[in-house]
Each structure stands twice: as structure tokens, then as C-alpha cells.
Design a protein around this ligand. Sequence first.
Ligand code: ADP
Length: 479
Amino acid sequence: MKVLFVASECAPFIKTGGLADVIGAVPKALAAQGVAARVLMPLYPALQKTAKTGEVVWRSKQLHGGAARVIAVTSAGIDLLLLDAPHLFDRSGGIYIDEAGKDWEDNALRFAALSQVGAEIAQGGIKAWVPDVVHAHDWQAGLVPAYLRQSGKAAPPCVLTIHNIAFQGNFAPELMKTLGLKPSLYTQDGVEFWGQLGFLKAAIAYSDKVTTVSPTYAREIMEPEFGMGFEGLLTARAADVSGILNGIDLEVWNPETDTDLKAPYSSRKLKPKEKNRAALLKRFGLTTPVDAPLFCVVTRLTTQKGVDLLLEALPTLVGRGARLALLGSGDRALEAAYIAAAERYKGQVGVIIGYDEPLSHLMQGGSDAILIPSRFEPCGLTQLYGLRYGTIPVVARTGGLADTVIDANEAAVVAGCSTGVQFAPVTAPALSHAINRTCDLFTDRKLWGGMVRRAMRHPVGWETSAQAYHDIYVALGKV
Ligand code: ADP
């Protein structure tokens, strides 16, 4: 079976968040299920070198303002189809935002182009490789099923995965014509979303199946609190909506072989983790805590991630003699607040503003616990890395965090099955309470060690979920 993935980012080539990790990992996991997946994505400058050895498999003289082609190349074990459209993707700055931090003005055009090429390939644009199913990811690929629908020609079934419903791709309806969308699609059952042209809306309306990245988030987005305007439509389509938990790439995230660590370790040989801890304390300018954990945070700094609540809980954390190492970037006010906190709590709170993949590995390898106080979290990956690295996740009870971490309540401790700490509601006092609970658990070395080893053995790979995607593709093929 052949499946065309359409997505805007893919690790290890280009990444702004969890979407990239997932796109980089699922095709490899699907291969074990007999699925040949190819990833159609833009050829950003970061991919120029990768594209060099590829083969041109599709061309267009005119794709929204310039010539374009698709280059097929296999790299890092992933079969890529790179959309080479320099007028849309060959520019410095971020992949969604310019150097000043503002959305690119032509984002609608850029990702409509990606979607349009996805639709063309789905309908035989590359003769030697015609997919059986198209799998669109997030709003950037949202117009794929819309273009397929309006073509009126035979098309393979389409699956949409929503990685974060907060990112919707809503644009002025006047763009319909520019993007080559027929006016008849602009209806409540089609691409119209609260008076705008909605890319994610189009995908939810026209895909045969909609998945999201955890069972709890699949339920949550049918409620007004989390649905962000889509709760009605998703509820109406509930029979076609499911939650498939994300996994992680067990080769990339492996404490036994991770070259970004100072010392490799395993659940049987935990001692070397201390070397990573010492390195991390040094890197963040922290003094060694006595009988208290080193917490870490690796995240985009946005209100979604609840990092403002953690600022309020810092007095509790340092009051317990614990330490915090934070790596993140994003909202300028939050960045400034964390830099100020590092000044105020010198030696106890260390902050590095930026994006640093190798350091994120060392943080998982060297910390005792990872804090994830998200207000909503479709799945979350850093708690899964935490489990794999024996870095106890302390998480808000929402979305995928609720589905992947077993809270160390009394019953779970007695049963010997806890792998972390959960808290609710998502408030600063509840977070402070969770930090206190974690510090208490940490002082019981035997209990903590048991929890660490259990966390490391908790299954976090892709096997089960790849099977679930495979089953969806097969079921669609039979319709
Ligand atoms: P989201 O996709 O909402 O940002 P996830 O938890 O699903 O959240 O995925 C975030 C991914 O990005 C993880 O792989 C995490 O390690 C990584 N990440 C986030 N911020 C940073 C950073 N500042 N430096 C390095 N990696 C980061």
C-alpha cells in the first residue's frame, strides 16, 4: 500500500515542534506494516543539500507565481518529495514567520500550493507512483481534499491528522479565486469558517477520516473549551474522528546510544545519569540541589504551555531546594520574565533562550523530572522523551499528557505502576502542589528509583499507533 503524506515540516530536516518529529517517525514505523509512505513537503533552504542527489519527478511552469518542480530523494530513511518552488519557499527567516517574527504575508498561497501539488500527485501526477491514500497533516495541507473534491475526478481517500487545533489557517475569503478554489466550496459545509476561508476547516469537512494525536484530545476538541470553533462540526462527524496516540522515534531518543549525552545509561544501569545531571547543572549555572530534584522544561514559550503558571510556582520550587533548567523560545514577554527569574534565583533557576536540539537531549538525560503544565496538549512529546530517559514527567491532566503518564497517587504507588505526577486544574496552586508532591516522592529514594525504571520501560514507540493508522488506510481502501 502506498500513502502520500503532505506536511509542512519533518525531522530531522526542519522542525518547529512535535509535528516534525511525528512526520519524521511515522513513515518508518509504517514500513514495518507494509506501507510505503512518501512525504511531500516544501523544499526550504535547509533542505537544499538533501535535494541535490534527488530526481525531478514532476514539473509545473506556473504554480502561484512561479515555476515549480518536485524532487524525489531518500534521506535519513525517509522517502521525500520536495516541492521546489523558490518564489514560495526559498527565503531566509522561519518557515511560517519572517525575520521580524510576523507570519509570511503569502502563507495562504504557499501552503495552498503545497496542497495543490499534493492533490495532483494523488490523482496521478507522478505516473510511477500513485498513492492509494492521502494523509494530510494540519492546516498547511488542509486544502488537499478541497482540491481533490473540486476536481470532480477519481481520487484516493483522504485522512486528516490534527496535531494542534489552535493552528487553523484562516484567511480572507477574497483569496478563494487567487487559490483557484471554486466559489461553490465557500459554504458552511465546505471551506467557510466563521466568515473566513479556513484551511483546517476544509480538511475537516472533506476528509474521509479525521484523526488527532491522543484519545483524550479527540474527546476534548468536541467540547467548546478545547474545540476552538470546531466542536460542532467535529461532533457531527464523531463517527469519523479518532485519537491515535503519538509515539517517539526510539532510535533518535535512546539513552543507551544518544551521542548528545555525556554518559549513556539504561534502566539496568542508571548511575551514569548522574554525569549528565552534573553537566546540565554546570551548563545552566546551577548549584547542586541537596535531596531535591533538578526539574527541566523544554518548550515553546507560549500560554498554551502554561509556562506563566510556572513563574508563579517558582517560589515553591526553589523553597524546596529544587533546581530548574529551562530551554525555550517564543513569546518575548515570557522570555524576558524567565531571564528575570534566572537573575532573581541565581544558582537555582537557569534559563537558556533559544532552540537547541542537542541540548534538549542532554536535558532529558540529566534532569530528574520534566515539568509540562500545558493548558491544552494534543499529545505532547517531551513527556514521552521524559519517560524513555527516566526523567519523571510532572504534567497537567489534559490531552495526551493525561493518556501517557500514570499519576503516583496512593493506589498507583501501592500497585507499583506509577510513572509520573499529574495535576488538575491547570492553575498555579495545583502546579505548586504537584511540585511539592514530586519533591516528597524524590526523597524516598527506593520509591523514586522504582518509578524511574518503570517509566523507562513504559512503551512509547510507534508500533501500536502505526498499526492503527494502517488499519484506517486499509478500511478506507475497502469503502
Ligand atoms: P509542540 O509541538 O506543541 O511544540 P510537542 O511536545 O509535541 O509540542 O513537541 C515539541 C518538540 O519540540 C519536542 O521534540 C521538543 O523537544 C522540541 N522543542 C521545543 N522547544 C525546544 C527548544 N527550545 N529547543 C529544542 N527543542 C525544543
